[in-house]
Design a protein around this ligand. Structure first.
Ligand code: NAG
Ligand code: NAG
Ligand code: NAG
Length: 396
C-alpha cells in the first residue's frame, strides 16, 4: 500500500470515528431522562491536551490505542499518528526516554529516583539472568511468590525453612519462587553474583532479571513476574505474593482456599485493602508522586506486602498490564489494573500489613488465625512457625 492511500484510509477511519462518536452522544442525550443511565464515553477521538499530567495523558493514549473500534481501523502501530505513538508497542532495547525531561515541567526539581523512574518507565521487558523454567511442571495448587533483594539471603532461607516450604502442605502442593533484580555496582552493592548463583543451583527457586532492583522498580518486578507466570506457571490455581519480611500462615491460607473452592470464584483477589487513598505530595516521603505526573485518587488496592489471588486473575493482570501505564508504586498499579478489569480487591481481616496490637505479638494462638503479618525478622519467622506447626498447642 502506498503512503497516500494509507493516509486516506486513516483519515476515513477518523471521520467514521467522529460520526460514531456523535451518534453515541446523541443516544446518550436522548435517553437522558430515562432511569437507565447510558454512560457517555470519554471523547477518545480528540487529541489529548498537552497541558495534562504525564500519567493521565499517557493513559489516555493507551485507552485510545486499545479501543477495539479504533484497532480495526488502524491495524498496525506504524499507522498511528505521531501524537499517539506509544513506545510500549515498540520492542527496541531499552534506552532512556529523554523526551520526559521536556514533557514534565518540573522534571529537574524531582527527586533523583523519580527521574530514574521516568527515564526508564517505557522499559518493561528485561532479560532473565536466572530462570527455573520447569518449576511448575506439575502445576502447584499454591504458588508462593516472594519479592526479595540479592543481599537478603537470610530472609529467603528463613522462608524456605518455614512458611515457604515446598511440597505438600495441608494436602495441597506448594511451590515457592523468589523474585530478584540486580544489585548494581553504581548503587554501591558488593558483588554477590557467585553467591546467588550457588544459592540458585542449590535451591532452584530463584528468578532473577537484569534490571536495577530499587523501590521504584517494584512495579517493573511485578510486570516481569506476571509475564513469567503466563509463560512458565499458567496452570497454578492460586498465587500468594508477598515481601520477604512477612510471616505467612501457609496452612491457614490453604484452609481458606479449600473452603472457597466449592464456590468457584475465579476472580479472587484479596488482601489488606486500602480505599480512598491518593498520591503523597511531600517530596521527602518515600511514596511521593508529583502533580505533574499523576492527578486523581487511587482505586482500592491491597497493600503489596501480601496479596492472594487466583491463577486466572494473574493471567488477566498480565494481559491488562499492557493497557495500563506503569505507576511507580506497585500495589497502587495493581489496583489500577484490577479497576481496568472491572474487579475490586476484597479486604480480608487476616492480612495484617500494619501488624497486630503489641499485646498480641507474643500470643501463639493469634498467629493460628491470621493469614499474613508484616513485618517480622528471620528469627521471628522461625519462632512463630514453631507455634503454627506445634501439634500440642491447643487454641480455642
Ligand atoms: C488430599 O487431596 C486429594 C486430591 O487433592 C484428595 O483426593 C484427598 O481426599 C485429600 N485427602 C484429605 C485427607 O483431605
Ligand atoms: C561480579 O562477579 C562475577 C563473577 O565473579 C563477574 O563475572 C562479574 O563481572 C562481576 N560483576 C561486576 C559488575 O563486577
Ligand atoms: C529501573 O531499572 C532500570 C534498568 O536497570 C534502570 O535503568 C532504572 O534506573 C531503574 N529505575 C529506578 C527508579 O531505579
Amino acid at each position: 500500500m502506498t503512503l497516500s492511500s494509507k493516509r486516506i484510509r486513516m483519515i476515513l477511519g477518523f471521520m467514521a470515528f467522529n460520526v460514531i462518536g456523535c451518534i453515541f452522544l446523541r443516544l446518550s442525550l436522548s435517553t437522558h431522562n430515562s432511569p437507565q443511565k447510558i454512560q457517555i464515553p470519554t471523547r477518545f477521538w480528540q487529541k489529548p491536551s498537552l497541558s495534562g499530567t504525564f500519567w493521565n495523558q499517557q493513559q489516555q493514549r493507551l485507552d485510545f490505542i486499545h479501543n477495539p473500534n479504533f484497532n480495526t481501523i488502524l491495524a498496525s502501530p506504524s499507522e498511528l499518528p505521531d501524537w499517539l505513538h506509544d513506545s510500549k508497542l515498540k520492542s527496541d532495547v531499552c534506552k532512556p526516554n529523554l523526551r520526559v525531561q521536556r514533557q514534565i515541567a518540573d522534571y529537574n526539581l524531582l527527586p533523583k529516583h523519580f527521574q530514574d523512574f521516568l527515564l526508564y518507565s517505557d522499559c518493561t521487558s528485561y532479560p532473565m539472568l536466572i530462570n527455573q523454567p520447569t518449576i511448575c511442571e506439575d502445576a502447584p495448587f499454591l504458588l508462593l511468590v516472594v519479592k526479595t533483594l540479592v543481599p537478603h539471603f537470610e530472609r529467603r532461607q528463613a522462608i524456605r525453612e518455614t512458611w515457604g516450604q515446598v511440597g505438600v502442605v495441608a494436602n495441597r502442593t506448594v511451590t515457592t519462587v523468589f523474585l530478584l533484580g540486580s544489585a548494581m555496582p553504581e548503587d554501591n552493592h558488593p558483588n554477590l553474583t557467585d553467591l546467588l548463583k550457588y544459592e540458585a543451583e542449590m535451591h532452584r527457586d530463584i528468578l532473577q532479571w537484569d534490571y536495577r532492583d530499587t523501590f521504584f522498580n517494584l512495579t517493573l518486578k511485578d510486570i516481569l513476574f506476571l509475564d513469567w507466570y503466563s509463560s512458565f506457571c499458567p496452570n497454578s490455581q492460586f498465587v500468594l505474593k508477598g515481601d520477604d519480611d512477612v510471616f505467612v500462615n501457609t496452612p491457614q491460607i490453604i484452609e481458606f482456599l479449600d473452603r472457597l473452592l466449592p464456590h468457584k470464584i475465579p476472580d479472587l483477589f484479596t488482601g489488606d485493602v486500602i480505599t480512598n487513598a491518593g498520591p503523597h505530595r511531600d517530596k521527602k516521603l518515600k511514596y511521593f508522586v508529583p502533580e505533574s505526573y499523576f492527578v486523581g485518587s487511587y482505586p482500592p488496592y491491597a497493600g503489596g506486602g501480601g496479596v492472594l489471588y487466583s491463577g486466572q486473575v494473574a493471567l488477566k493482570l498480565q494481559e491488562v498490564s499492557k493497557k495500563v501505564v506503569i505507576y511507580p508504586i506497585d500495589d497502587v498499579y495493581t489496583g489500577m489494573c484490577l479497576k481496568k478489569l472491572g474487579l475490586v480487591p476484597e479486604k480480608h481481616s487476616g492480612f495484617r500489613m500494619f501488624d497486630i496490637e503489641a499485646k498480641y505479638k507474643d500470643n501463639p494462638c493469634i498467629y493460628r488465625t491470621l493469614m499474613i503479618v508484616h513485618s517480622r525478622t528471620p528469627q521471628q519467622i522461625k519462632h512463630i512457625w514453631r507455634w503454627i506447626v506445634h501439634p500440642e498447642l491447643h487454641c480455642q
